[in-house]
Unconditional design. Structure first.
Length: 273
């Protein structure tokens, strides 16, 4: 593991935090999670913009330019001989920023994963905006304790609408149409979510972004999740409902097959890198 902090790279065992900084870290940090493709950080500018947006909620200066941000990403990633996961944390009270680089082996999800509906409801937008990515959100922390032997859990809103997973966005397929909760459902505007919508439209797959009710998940033909680390993750089972036994449905399979070539060739994903 490699860490960039206070303008230099250090190994994890070389890091020593004074108590005051540790105490501030307990109040939460805004963050972003990135990964590399072929050693190059994916959608760096989009992640930078989201991080800056989260910082703006606290009305504090954000002095790190995108050029500086991307330079740290590229320099750190070059230290590894495999794909890398990168976590970026910024503590709002102190303005301290950390980049944490670690080796990343993409998990095999092609045979599908099991998910379930969480008993924890999404915090209402007026309490914590869904566009604020911050550690220590009680709804996410509590929901993740329910994952156990599942891949992820799905959080609903106070009205029973489908929101998102604890680290993923949700898609379903009904009669060949791709459906996903709209941003006003109380979800984060996932970067992989955005790419999948663009991919589907390029393949002339009809797309609907709207309020989705929980019962619709169980009546859908296919279901999958999206997140930065893996891309498209087919859902084999939701609670006790089985979507497939051997292979994902045709729409999910098509998106999985075309996802990586699409994102690698979409110019906006590689701005400034």
């Amino acid at each position: 593991m490699l860490i960039w902090w206070r303008e230099k790279f250090q190994c994890a065992d070389e890091i020593s935090l004074d108590f005051s900084l540790f105490e501030k870290s307990l109040q939460g940090a805004v963050y972003e999670t990135l990964r590399t493709y072929n050693g190059i950080p994916f959608a760096a500018y989009k992640h930078y913009s989201r991080l800056k947006r989260s910082v703006d909620f606290f009305k504090i200066p954000f002095s790190l330019s995108f050029d500086e941000f991307s330079k740290v990403l590229k320099t750190g990633a070059q230290e590894f001989k495999q794909e890398v996961r990168i976590k970026v944390y910024l503590f709002p009270d102190s303005g301290e920023i950390f980049f944490v680089f670690s080796p990343f082996n993409v998990p095999d999800v092609e045979s599908g994963v099991d998910v379930k509906i969480s008993s924890v409801r999404r915090i209402p937008d007026l309490s914590t905006p869904p566009t604020l990515k911050i550690t220590g959100r009680t709804d996410i922390v509590l929901a993740r304790r329910e994952i156990v032997d599942c891949y992820d859990v799905i959080l609903l809103g106070l009205n029973g609408q489908v929101c998102e997973g604890s680290f993923s966005n949700v898609f379903l397929v009904k009669e060949g149409k791709l459906i996903t909760p709209s941003l006003d459902s109380g979800i984060l505007d996932g970067i992989t979510r955005e790419n999948v919508i663009k991919l589907a439209k390029s393949l002339e797959i009809p797309v609907e972004e709207r309020v989705v009710w929980v019962w619709e998940l169980f009546e859908s033909d296919e279901m999958f999740l999206t997140h930065t680390s893996v891309g498209v993750v087919p859902v084999r089972r939701l609670n006790e409902h089985l979507f497939f036994e051997e292979e994902p449905g045709p729409v999910t399979a098509t998106l999985m097959e075309n996802f990586e070539p699409f994102v690698l060739n979409l110019e906006e994903n590689w701005v400034g890198i």
